[in-house]
Design a protein around this ligand. Structure first.
Ligand SMILES: NC(=O)c1ccc[n+]([C@@H]2O[C@H](COP(=O)([O-])OP(=O)(O)OC[C@H]3O[C@@H](n4cnc5c(N)ncnc54)[C@H](OP(=O)(O)O)[C@@H]3O)[C@@H](O)[C@H]2O)c1
Length: 340
């Protein structure tokens, strides 16, 4: 049997999409998942890519299926699962085999793991773009020894998104640099989303616009400088109707946001670096505030929930504010990366 050029552990949402992307670009990929049925289902559903996907039901078989020196991507939840998988793999690996953590690890953990690995090859890799990106072109931020990145760069560049023909995959620096940049990137996205939510709030409460009108405004903005995935889906989300109640979907969703942590990490690190990122900070604060529903209900009882009309604001003003806000939050994020 032909050896796989790379291995991937963890066939969840991101891992499955990334493995298919790798296979789609002509690379043979060995796969393993903790729950074996998922490995079988994944291979069965791989369609025309089945020949490129090499499923294994044990970690030993998985390691044996990969060409030496091996490269293995971990796509499991950040935290203990990563340490567990590294511990399970190391005794089976040779000294020049490379482990790549492609989950959303805290970069401090990646720094620690890189140091624990000492001379053993280890990369921490941020992957952006969600499931769709992982399947058809993620942006990839690598951290570790440059020589280790270079070993797998041809695969990672091939599967990545392209901007003006250039791959959106690069080496960011030593140890946790890739995961650091990924976290700040997520922080920027938190700010982008918060500003969209606030523009929605102004349109709904300040300008008394209907969901259909709000949807049209986003769709219109998506044709201009705000053209982006987030603007596009905001238009679709604003127009969505809850089939059970017939109400706008946004009105029936509890307005309390959680977070997986990368935005919070960004804000904490910004404080350590004395890097001012108020747009990102405000977005994390807004999420925290949103989740305090009891306190907000008390406030509503005291001050009322009546929307405040915002006379004199036009949709062009709002679009301009969003463009300015977007530039500002990107600039703050990039400046933080520069400082780090
Ligand atoms: N979803 C996104 O849009 C996105 C975007 C960028 C980055 N990420 C990051 O990518 C990573 C994976 O996310 P996901 O959305 O693909 O997660 P997911 O769909 O929940 O899949 C998690 C995968 O990890 C496996 N797993 C969980 N705990 C494990 C353990 N202790 N040992 C071994 N395998 C374990 C699961 O195996 P079982 O089948 O056995 O449960 C499953 O295959 C996370 O770090 C996430 O933050 C996600």
């Amino acid at each position: 049997m032909k050896s796989a050029e790379i291995g991937l552990m963890g066939l969840g949402t991101m891992g499955a999409a990334l493995a298919l992307n790798i296979a789609d670009h002509g690379f043979d990929v060995a796969v393993w998942n903790r729950t074996t049925q998922k490995t079988r289902d994944f291979h069965n559903d791989a369609g025309g890519l089945q020949d490129k996907v090499h499923p294994s039901e044990s970690v030993e078989d998985f390691v044996a299926a990969i060409a030496k020196p091996r490269a293995i991507i971990l796509m499991v939840p950040a935290g203990d699962p990563v340490d567990e998988q590294i511990a399970a793999l190391r005794p089976l690996l040779d000294a020049d085999d490379l482990i790549i953590d492609a989950g959303n690890a805290n970069f401090h953990d990646t720094n620690r793991r890189a140091r624990d690995a000492a001379d053993l090859p280890y990369l921490g890799m941020g992957v952006s773009g969600g499931e769709e990106g992982a399947r058809f072109g993620p942006s990839i931020m690598g951290g570790g020894k440059r020589a280790h990145w270079d070993r797998v760069a041809h695969i990672l560049e091939a599967i990545s998104a392209k901007y003006d023909g250039a791959p959106c995959a690069t080496w960011m620096g030593e140890e946790g640099a890739g995961h650091f940049v990924k976290a700040v990137h997520n922080g920027i996205e938190y700010a982008d989303m918060q500003m969209i939510a606030e523009a929605y709030g102004v349109m709904r409460d300040g300008l008394s616009m209907s969901p259909a009108q709000i949807s049209l405004a986003f769709a219109d903005w998506d044709k201009g400088a705000l053209d982006s995935y987030l603007t596009e889906i905001s238009g679709k989300v604003a127009a969505a109707v809850d089939p059970k109640t017939g109400k706008p979907m946004l009105d029936v969703i509890v307005d309390a946001a959680g977070q997986k942590g990368t935005g919070r990490w960004t804000v904490i690190e910004a404080q350590h670096l004395a890097a001012p990122i108020p747009a990102i900070d405000a977005a994390v604060v807004a999420r925290n505030l949103s989740s305090q529903r009891d306190v907000r209900a008390l406030g509503e009882a005291l001050f009322g929930a009546a929307p405040q009309p915002m006379d004199g604001i036009t949709l062009a003003d709002l679009e301009g504010a969003l463009i300015a806000g977007k530039i500002i939050c990107y600039a703050q994020g990039f400046e933080m990366i520069n400082k780090a």
